[in-house]
Design a protein around this ligand. Structure first.
Ligand code: SF4
Ligand code: SF4
Length: 319
């Protein structure tokens, strides 16, 4: 039986994507791994949360990171630092320090496919916010637009902050079937996102789209209407969040009455802030108490006195 190793590495991220994947249900991550796939055994060889890395001796870890066979799938979560990258994120392999970006470039040449999980790994995400001290970038920016894996695939991006577990598990499965030559084609959009999850905008199937068409816009959360004027980015954000729903098909951002913040898009979060537009509040009518008037007058007087004093001192100095 052939074995396909999955090497799941973390760049700069919060591990939220992995936690999201653990919520997968139909199928779960465990079911995917145990699925009978044509004489193929899937093995998550390394994941800093899912595999017992602490039980690896240094030599075992080094061997795994250096001497992988050619049959492996590279999954990357988190962005890649490009400024001072020898200091920002390094791997210690056989007592040698390897910058993460260098390791990714090297190992991706041997990978059957490279999948970037989450918006940080896809486009830089939160870590790329100004001033972006570490020069955080997405994997495909590191590998370049010409990059093709051993099976001829570009970096497959599965953005989302975090991505829906179905998007991750579904993409992993599609890539596996593609690798096995089982008739699956990888249909990607201009940002290398699988079209079957990211083709539509959140707005297209939003239950509030009727209000949008009728130009009925809420001025406050909880009011009847579309929440575009409160900051919803659904018309430009891609993902089947509304049809698929989150938490095992329970709810989604806009169905629950919250705005879509555009978490699947390149440029998120920078280009999508502020997330919520609060309507301007009327200025409060302040009636100061007599005591505060006296206090303020005192400050004002002191200010005048200080200015006079400074003038006097300067005058004396100049004289
Ligand atoms: S709430 Fe957002 S996604 Fe829903 S209809 Fe309004 S703009 Fe579109
Ligand atoms: S609705 Fe928008 S913010 Fe919510 S998960 Fe989908 S793309 Fe992200």
């Amino acid at each position: 039986m052939r074995e396909l190793k999955i090497l799941w590495l973390h760049g700069q991220g919060c591990s939220g994507c992995s936690i999201s994947v653990l919520q997968s249900s139909h199928p779960s991550l465990e079911e995917l791994i145990k699925a009978p796939l044509r004489e193929l055994k899937i093995d998550i060889s390394f994941h800093s949360l899912f595999t017992p890395v602490n039980f690896f001796g240094e030599s075992e870890g080094s061997k795994l990171l250096y001497e992988l066979s050619n049959d492996f799938l590279l999954v990357i979560e988190g962005s890649i630092p490009t400024k001072d990258y020898d200091k920002n994120l390094v791997l210690h392999v056989e007592r040698e320090e390897i910058p993460f970006a260098e390791y990714i470039k090297k190992i991706s040449l041997k990978a059957l496919a490279v999948i970037a999980i989450g918006t940080c790994a896809s486009f830089g995400g939160i870590n790329a916010l100004d001033p972006n001290l570490t020069g955080a970038r997405g994997v495909w920016e590191i590998l370049g637009s010409e990059y093709k894996s051993k099976k001829g695939l570009p970096v497959v991006n599965v953005p989302g902050c975090p991505p829906h577990p179905d998007w991750v598990i579904g993409t992993l499965l599609d890539v596996l079937l593609y690798i096995l030559g089982m008739g699956m084609t990888m249909d990607l959009d201009e940002y290398n996102r699988p079209k079957r999850f990211y083709e539509k905008t959140v707005h297209e199937n939003c239950p509030l789209a009727g209000f949008f068409s009728e130009t009925i816009f809420s001025k406050r959360f909880g009011d009847r209407g579309c929440i575009l004027a409160l900051g919803c980015k659904g018309p430009v954000a891609h993902g089947d969040c509304v049809e698929r729903k989150w938490n095992g098909g329970v709810n989604s951002c806009t169905i629950s009455g919250s705005v879509c913040i555009g978490c699947t898009e390149p440029g998120f979060p920078k280009e999508f802030m502020p997330f919520i537009y609060y309507p301007p509040k009327p200025l409060p009518l302040i009636i100061p108490s007599p005591a505060s008037i006296i206090y303020l007058y005192g400050l004002y007087e002191r200010d005048i006195l200080e200015k006079l004093l400074k003038k006097k001192v300067r005058g004396e100095e100049q004289a």
